[in-house]
Design a protein. Structure first.
Length: 557
């Protein structure tokens, strides 16, 4: 039956009362056009997360999350393996820059003759000085003199993956410079991100967020860092002292380098490591794995037991005994002597014999082990997805994949790995290199174009540091699943103009293409010096005329 409706004098429906409007509005919100907005139904009822700012959302719970993730990485092989895989692919044993100064920008800004030839010569000189600092046997790049630059970056990125932050200060230590000592005063001091916190353990304020001092635009001005870690028993008196470090000098030289991967706008500190979204599921897998292991141990240790037919009272009644305790003890002694004497063997194998009335029972710890593998694989795929790696990299099990699926998985994981490497290099490694390069330009004799001298470079470094410090960071190569076909594809790509030797060498081998070419030239000359036939990749020997005659331009017709 159609619902009746009152009409006004003009023939239109009367307006709703305030109560009717409220009821209609509530009905509208309960029955939203979007299922995601429903809160009265059975599926969404009770799911009412709060809408917080990123700092309020993370900072109050940062220590609890980080402590749990660290415990997981320390004690679980899956979690530890994921971190190791990412670090070995993103940083590896050697993480170094290849200088690529932007000579076009320099020429445009200054009017001097900065060109590609100068950029190549300048880059080679800078890279050689960099190696003297970053790979120094005395470890003078490290304030603690323990690690090389690559090792420092490995630890820093590990902090970012687990804690959410990578933090370092750049002390200037000229007292270490001298004969047989450091060549540069610039050093790196890694700082545990736990020490970056609000002074006196106060709550966040408008301009202090998680130990980061910001301006009205949200830009970091400085950092409050505890003098000692709050859990350091040996420096307890310094755990309640905070030092304030400015972000940079007046002319822009970095004093503190703080890097994290922001997930929302207006974040000022990272508190979300790669395991935070999957922490609960991974912990469930650990518990499940331990339970299955305990079940297997029980089955292995307690295989069987002997069951006596009578309890003490029944035994006394059956034997007509008055002294229950004494005679029961005698009964048990008879059983012990029986089993001690019955050691019949046949061919070295013991023949089991039982005391009259006894029987053997086996122990089986029943567990749903048939579902364990599927559950484990599902959780590990969840972890792999959250961590940005392939499922095979988490489990190290490649038995259920073929070449195509393995290559597809590795290519997807490589995209994430490249993004992580580039983000870390730009946010953490490059500022450190910029601080070092400023000192290098002040202390070393570097190749400069005509009309430019060392004093001019020193005076104008701050304005030109972006094009001067431009570089490409090299880490481990991607590697190959099928070396023959993939290398053939790389050659075809270069021949077709779709790639370059620089890109192929960097991506697949993690090397500098110029060093590779120089080494090949050395090897070819060595073959010639020893009178050995050149390998196919070396090509045929050039004649003296061919080697000295430059290529001719084609004549215009």
């Amino acid at each position: 039956m159609k619902k009746s409706q009152l009409l006004g004098p003009d023939g239109n429906p009367l307006p709703l009362s305030a109560k009717q409007r409220t009821s209609a509005l509530n009905s509208h919100w309960n029955g939203s056009a979007y299922d995601a907005a429903d809160y009265g139904g059975t599926h969404m009822h009770g799911w009412n997360p709060l809408l917080w700012s990123p700092d309020v959302e993370k900072n109050p719970f940062r220590d609890r999350i980080v402590a749990r993730v660290r415990d997981l990485v320390r004690n679980d092989g899956w979690a530890s393996g994921v971190v190791t895989r990412i670090l070995d692919n993103a940083i590896g044993g050697t993480f170094r820059p290849i200088s690529k100064p932007d000579y076009r920008a320099l020429k445009h800004k200054t009017g001097f003759s900065f060109d590609a030839e100068w950029a190549d010569e300048f880059g080679r000189a800078i890279d050689s000085h960099w190696r003297s600092w970053a790979e120094d046997d005395g470890r003078y790049c490290d304030s603690e003199r323990r690690l090389t630059f690559s090792q420092i970056m490995w630890v820093a990125m590990r902090h970012e993956l687990i804690d959410g932050d990578a933090l370092a200060i750049l002390p200037w230590l000229p007292e270490r410079v001298g004969a047989g000592k450091a060549q540069y005063a610039t050093t790196i001091q890694l700082v545990d991100p736990d020490r970056l916190s609000d002074p006196n353990n106060t709550f966040d304020q408008k301009y202090i967020r998680g130990g980061v001092h910001i301006d009205e635009w949200g830009a970091p001005l400085g950092y409050y860092i505890r003098k000692a870690h709050q859990g350091d028993w040996f420096s307890a008196d310094e755990t309640v002292i905070w030092d304030y470090y400015e972000r940079e000098t007046d002319w822009g030289r970095p004093k503190v380098v703080h890097h994290f991967q922001p997930m929302r706008a207006s974040e000022h500190k990272g508190a979300i490591g790669i395991f935070t979204p999957v922490l609960q599921r991974l912990k469930m897998l650990i518990k499940y794995d331990s339970t299955e292991l305990d079940s297997a141990i029980v089955n292995a240790i307690f295989a069987a037991f002997l069951e006596s037919p009578f309890d003490p009272v029944s035994t006394a009644d059956a034997l007509g005994l008055d002294d229950v305790d004494g005679n029961i003890a005698q009964y048990q002694e008879n059983r012990r002597e029986f089993h001690g004497e019955k050691k019949l063997t046949m061919g070295g194998v013991r023949i089991p014999t039982l005391f009259p009335g006894e029987k053997i029972n086996t122990i089986t710890a029943v567990r749903p082990a048939s579902n364990f593998k599927d559950f484990e694989n599902a959780v590990l795929r969840n972890v792999a997805s959250g961590a940005g790696v392939s499922a095979q990299q988490v489990s190290n099990d490649w038995s259920d994949v073929n070449y195509s699926s393995a290559r597809a998985a590795m290519l997807e994981a490589w995209k994430t790995m490249q993004r992580r490497r580039l983000s870390f290099a730009q946010g953490f490694a490059s500022p450190i290199r910029t601080a070092w390069l400023e000192e290098c330009c002040h202390t070393e004799k570097l190749p400069l174009p005509q009309g430019v001298n060392a004093d001019w470079l020193k005076e104008n470094f701050a304005q030109l540091k972006t094009p001067l410090c431009r570089c490409r960071w090299l880490g481990p190569g991607r590697g190959w699943i099928d070396p023959v076909s993939e290398r053939q594809g790389a050659v075809l790509g270069m021949d077709a103009g779709l790639s370059t030797l620089e890109n192929e060498v960097a991506e697949n081998a993690g090397e500098d293409w110029e060093e590779v070419v120089d080494q090949r030239a050395v090897e070819v000359r060595r073959f010639d010096q020893l009178g050995l036939q050149r390998p196919d990749w070396a090509g045929k020997e050039q004649t003296a005329t061919q080697a000295s005659t430059p290529p001719q331009k084609p004549s215009a017709k």
